[in-house]
Design a protein around this ligand. Sequence first.
Ligand code: TA6
Length: 300
Amino acid sequence: MTTSQSDKSTTPEALGRVTFLDGQGELPMLEISTPWSTAGIYLHGAHVTQFQKKDESPLLFLSQCSRFAEGQPIRGGIPVVFPWFGAREGLGQHGFARIKPWDLKEFAPAPDGSVSVRLRLPDCPEASAFPPFTADYLVTMSQSLTLALIVTNLSKDAEFTFENCLHTYFDVGDVTAITIHGLKGLAYLDKVASFQEKTETRDAIRIASEVDRVYQNATGTVEIRDPRLGRRIRVDKEGSASTVVWNPWIAKSRQMSDFGNEEYTRMVCVESGNVASNSISLAPGASSTLTVKLSSEALK
Ligand code: TA6
C-alpha cells in the first residue's frame, strides 16, 4: 500500500501518541511521543520526569536514587513548586503541589504532531490554609517542551498571595564545564551566604562549588552552554520574575538520601518562578500564568 503526502500527515508516526502506564513505585504516568521527541509525566506532582529530542541526549536530569512514593517529592525532572518556595515553618519545603496526585483533565495530540496534556491540582486539606483557588498545568511537547502553570483565585473577596516555581533539573555533561548566561547585573539572594543580597557581575556563570541563588526581577531568557554534550539549552519564560540557580555540590549531595553522591556533576537547576520579593498577590477572581519554554540545539 502506498501512502500519499496528505495521508502521510495522519500516519501514526506523524501524530503524537499518549500511553498510560504504571511508572516507578507503581505511580501512574503518561508516556508521550511526538515526531520529534519523547516525554514522561507522572500524575504524582504533575511531574515531568523525562523529555528527549530524537537526536539528542535527555534534556532533564533524574536521580537514580529518587523516591517514587506517595507524599514524597521526585528528585529530578521538573518539580512544580507551589504555593510556597523554600522552607515554611511547620510545613514541608517547596509547597504541597509536588507531592499530590494531580487529575488528568485532557490530553490532545494536535494535527501538527505536538501533544498537550492538562492536569489539575485536586482540592486537599493543605489548600484550606489559602483562599479557594484552581491550579492547572498545561504541558506541550513538540521539538521543545512548554509548561504553563495557571492559578486562579476563586475567592470573592480575599487576595491570594503565593509563590511558584518550575524547579527544572537539567542534564549536563560536566557541571564544571558549563556556563550560564543571561543573569548579569541582577540582584540575587545567596542562600549559601545566609541569603545575603549580592549582584551578578558575570556574563558567563560557572559552577565550582555549592550554588543556591535566587535572582530577583529576572524576567529574561537564560541559556546554558554545555561543551561536553555540545548543546545549548534555552529557558524562555513569561509571567516569571525570579530565576533560581542551584547545584548542591559535594557536601549537600551526601546529605540528600534521594540523590547520588556524584550526581551533582551531571545536573544543574535553572528554575523559573515568582519567589521571595517577587511573590504573586492575586486579586479575587484574577488569574496568573507562569509559562516556560525549554528548547535546545547543537552548540556551534
Ligand atoms: O531551588 C533550590 C532549593 O531551594 C535549594 O535550596 C535546595 O533545597 C533545593 O531547592 C532542593 O530542595 P528539596 O526540597 O527538593 O530538597
